[in-house]
Design a binder for this molecule. Structure first.
Ligand code: SAM
Ligand code: SF4
Length: 329
């Protein structure tokens, strides 16, 4: 293997960084209703440690970073972290995935810190259903957060909807229409089997093909050309739409051959694949003062351990036991 090309000829250029496992919501598909025991403060990578990993990852070919959680906006001084990451030579793209609850107050400071790309999770346009999904009455805060960021030059602003049969799949078309009327990119995510004691079952996943055929009833979908930074999402837009549609078919479709990502958890583990329990510890080496060369070897090792894909015939089983809130999606 050379540089960031893995054994299966995939270019691994994208690192998703979970900066906390804590969250101000309890989405039932992500963590159990009574929450999960949080990591101790000492277990979590400091901002300086995260920055050191990212600087090393650049040497391994990483050019794109996404901050995630838990909920990244509950960690203090996130704007400091953003401003440091955007100034790392070699990083060309920095994004953040948030549930939007604190976005209204954080939008401007994040923009000033240099953030431009935002993904906001929103699974329903109905405030009561929002409570049923997240366990919190935060719908209006999230909506105001979306309105606030739309008044600033963030680009793109994506809305992530996890489509769950019998829960919110009746809202698919309404979400799709948002991409016609506004510049928002609406992305439909298949409900994934991740996390011990997850409530997931195969019947609740609405597959990408079903999503696509329902969207096509609204109007013809025009494929959108991706770029070298794009991950495996399928991109489309409706004729004369201001925004875009994306479909993340992690479960039903082989998107593994296009997978360009590596994950860093808040407690300092590198995860080569979302659908596997395999983790590579980088925190111990960091805290023992390992050289840059040694850290680079650990990252390259994690890239080398990316599996060719997950076995579609056995996707009915949960094969990653860490909760999604401790991975970051
Ligand atoms: N708290 C932030 C948020 O909700 O956007 C960031 C962390 S969250 C784990 C990242 C993404 O993972 C969110 O878009 C969320 O909807 C998605 N997610 C969580 N559990 C999922 C599951 N079981 N299947 C599919 N997507 C999931
Ligand atoms: Fe929290 Fe995001 Fe998980 Fe919902 S999806 S519980 S907001 S980490």
């Amino acid at each position: 293997m050379t540089s960031n090309i893995d054994f299966y000829n995939r270019k691994i250029n994208y690192l998703r960084v979970s900066i906390t496992d804590r969250c101000n919501q309890r989405c039932f598909y992500c963590m159990p209703g009574n929450g999960v025991a949080p990591f101790k403060h000492s277990q979590i990578l400091s901002y300086e440690e995260i920055i050191q990993v990212i600087k090393t990852a650049v040497q391994a070919g990483i050019i794109k970073i996404r901050l995630t959680g838990g909920e990244p906006l509950v960690r203090k001084n996130i704007c400091y972290l953003v401003s440091q990451i955007v100034s790392i030579p070699g990083i060309v793209d920095v994004g953040l995935t948030t549930n939007g609850v604190r976005l209204k107050e954080m939008a401007e400071p994040l923009f000033e810190a240099g953030l431009r790309r935002l993904n906001i999770s929103l699974d329903t346009l109905n405030p009561i259903k929002f409570f049923n999904i997240t366990g919190k009455y935060h719908f209006h805060e999230v909506w105001e957060g979306i309105e606030t960021v739309m008044d600033l030059p963030f680009d793109p602003i994506k809305i992530n909807m996890v489509v769950i049969r019998g829960v919110n799949d009746d809202e698919l078309e309404n979400f799709a229409r948002i991409s016609i009327q506004t510049p928002l990119h609406v992305r439909f995510i298949e409900y994934m089997p991740v996390g011990a004691d997850s409530l997931w079952c195969p019947e609740k996943t609405v597959c990408a093909d079903d999503i696509l055929s329902r969207l096509q009833k609204i109007g013809p979908l025009i494929p959108v050309e991706g770029n070298h930074l794009d991950g495996p999402s399928l991109r489309y837009r409706f004729e004369s739409a201001r925004g875009e549609i994306g479909i993340i078919s992690a479960v039903s479709n082989h998107f593994c051959h296009k997978c360009n990502r590596l994950r860093l958890t808040a407690d300092g583990k590198l995860k080569p694949c979302l659908f596997s329990d395999e983790e590579i510890d980088i925190k111990t080496a960091l805290r023992r003062g390992a050289s840059q060369k040694k850290l680079l070897k650990i990252i390259e090792n994690a890239i080398a351990k990316k599996p060719v894909g997950h076995d579609m015939n056995s996707w009915r089983a949960i094969r990653c036991h860490r909760h999604m809130s401790k991975i970051g999606g």
